[in-house]
Design a binder for this molecule. Structure first.
Ligand SMILES: [Zn+2]
Ligand SMILES: [Zn+2]
Length: 602
């Protein structure tokens, strides 16, 4: 299973489907330009659709409800060219096809006509892209009812692949849908055109969480030609414009409705070190320029401090190798050019030796853990996702440091199962400010006595500002606590995970204010859910994969936040709308935020 090859199947399937079914004569319009357009005109059209034809994030019920009656002729509403400064009338509608189909929950409605219009002055082309008729146009040949779109969205939330959902519908209504891949692309097109905020923030913790939990979803991988990643340009400073990058990803989704194959699509975004960005909500990140320094994983030598910490991740990787079948271990050795004879332990020891060099470590990692490096996910203790970073290479604390250093306010408590590595790495990167301090993010000074007491569970470290904000806030203090202290802690303390005795000073249990409250259970539920999505997410191209994951997480966040708000209203018998403060917390969220800590003291 671990050695399964991840194939890119989307394009192959779409290509076959497109070639087999498109009605070529109809593509050539009687007069006027080619449809769909190419090159510069294609680019104008894709940008125009993205900017001007968005669907609202919450669709009015009458539009999204089940229906089986749709207009038979779908004509663009535009009458005057929006691109020309003078009022230029557009051409008469020109037929694209009279054989388009609308897919609904219960039917495949055939014989729909789609039209385009063009501007004779500038060559701009307009197509039907309205939502008010309850239908979403993907590629002028396939349209989805908005009700079906919502159904597919909910199917994904319950870990059902688009393909399985479509299969169930086909069996129920007894009609054939287009290829599942094409329906997936149509759905991605719909989501890319929906005006989502992707806020990624919890209504209780606000835009600037005090406590964050970091975790790696290591099986969240996509097909990655590791050797072919372009080297970043000389002047690349490790910052990527996230807004621009993610817009580029959306544009790829939208352009697919206008190009015959992704192989000829100028909007395709290829994974690279310098144009690949994590997603962090707009209010949480300090600017649109967020860090992605993955290229340094490969091109920078490790400092001695980091090298000693690094043994930990090698240990973890060794553990994974030990779980493999003997045959798999042998084949791994062969692929790394290592002698593959001998016992399991012999082979594992040899692989371990090899891991000391970074190149081999990556190779072993990608063989053991899949194609790309999994997703680094940052949540609050209520398990709302604040950030997600899709790693091209093996995970390292660097990925989480990139996220933390891109945030406006560094959280006071960071929970991670390699806390020491994170603190060391982050402070080495920012030697001026030493983000993890005091005591390199440990709760106490690492004296022998403190270590002994903490190991024996005989000492507590009270952080009173967790329950009530400091009256006189520290310089650069967190807006919710007033404290500028930043700790890197273990939430579940695995003795086996750590060789450093001083790590006893990073146990979350030492803080009475949070004792028993912060646990990773919520995050674990999130990850268990996401694991159920691996079977379909991992088959996708890199951009489909990351676009859909961010989208699924956004809907997951929304549902969770809505539930929290409803519970608050119920608990406080509030009938009115709940208000938010400037930090994105509900006014009651502040109340809950403080009391949830207090509860744990009693
Ligand atoms: Zn024009
Ligand atoms: Zn929260």
């Amino acid at each position: 299973m671990l050695f399964r090859r991840v194939r890119i199947v989307e394009d192959d399937i779409q290509e076959v489907f497109t070639e087999g079914t498109e009605d070529v004569e109809e593509q050539q319009l009687d007069e006027g330009p080619r449809y769909p357009p190419e090159d510069a005109q294609l680019s104008r059209m894709v940008h125009y659709i993205f900017k001007n034809k968005k669907l609202p994030a919450v669709l009015p019920a009458d539009v999204a409800n089940a229906r089986n009656v749709f207009p038979k002729h779908l004509v663009p509403l535009e009458t005057i060219c929006t691109e020309c400064t003078e009022n230029t009338l557009l051409s008469e509608p020109q037929l694209i096809t009279s054989k388009a189909t609308i897919l609904t929950m219960t039917d495949v409605i055939e014989g729909i006509s789609t039209y385009c219009k063009c501007c004779y002055r500038c060559g701009m082309i307009y197509r039907y892209q309205e939502w008010s008729d309850g239908v979403h146009n993907y590629d002028d040949h396939i349209l989805l009812s908005l009700h079906l779109c919502i159904f597919l969205r909910n199917s994904l939330q319950t870990h059902q692949a688009i393909g399985s959902a479509v299969e169930a519908l086909e069996k129920t209504c007894g009609k054939r849908f287009p290829s599942h891949q094409r329906v997936l692309y149509a759905y991605l097109h719909f989501e890319a055109l929906t005006d989502h905020s992707y806020t990624f923030a919890c209504v209780t913790c606000g835009y600037h969480p005090v406590t964050v939990v970091m975790d790696l979803h290591k099986k969240g991988v996509f097909s990655m030609p590791v050797s072919n990643i372009e080297v970043p340009p000389q002047d690349f400073d490790g910052k990527v414009n996230a807004e621009e990058f993610w817009e580029g990803v959306s544009l790829e989704m939208i352009s697919r409705g206008l190009v015959p194959s992704n192989r000829q699509n100028p909007f395709v975004v290829c994974p690279s070190y310098h144009y690949w960005a994590p997603w962090i909500g707009r209010h949480t990140r300090s600017t649109s320029m967020v860090l992605n320094t993955e290229y340094s994983k490969v091109h920078t030598a490790r400092t001695p401090d980091e090298a000693s910490d690094f043994n930990i991740t090698e240990d973890r990787l060794t553990d994974e190798i030990l779980k493999l079948k003997m045959e798999a271990v042998r084949s791994l050795c062969k692929q790394c050019g290592i002698d593959s004879k001998g016992s399991r332990m012999d082979l594992v020891m040899r692989l371990r030796q090899e891991m000391q060099t970074r190149g081999t470590y990556d190779k072993i990692f990608s063989k053991v853990w899949g194609a790309s490096g999994g997703w680094a996910v940052v949540t609050c203790p209520c398990a709302i996702v604040y950030a997600v970073k899709f790693n091209l290479r093996a995970e390292s604390p660097r990925d989480f440091a990139d996220i933390l250093l891109s945030m406006t306010h560094f959280p006071n408590l960071t929970l991670y199962d390699f806390a020491r590595g994170l603190a060391t790495h982050t402070n080495l990167r920012e030697p001026e400010s030493m983000p993890f301090s005091p005591y390199e993010g440990r709760l106490l000074e690492p004296t022998d006595n403190n270590v002994r007491l903490a190991s024996a569970g005989q000492i507590k470290v009270s952080l009173p500002w967790l329950t009530s904000k400091k009256v006189v806030p520290d310089e650069n203090g967190h807006p919710l606590t007033g404290s500028s202290e930043h700790y890197a802690l273990y939430d579940r303390f695995h003795e086996a995970n750590t060789k450093d005795k001083k790590d006893a000073l990073r146990k979350i249990e030492l803080i009475p204010e949070v004792c028993g409250w912060v646990n990773s259970q919520c995050a674990e539920q999130l990850f268990a859910g996401m694991r159920k999505n691996n079977h379909f997410l991992n088959m996708m191209t890199p951009t489909s994969h990351i676009f859909l994951v961010r989208n699924i997480l956004h809907h997951y966040n929304n549902a969770r936040n809505t539930k929290t708000l409803e519970e608050m209203k119920k608990a406080l018998h509030v009938g009115m709308e709940i208000e938010f403060n400037s930090r994105g917390q509900t006014v009651m969220g502040m109340y809950f935020f403080n009391t949830s800590y207090e509860k744990t003291i009693q």
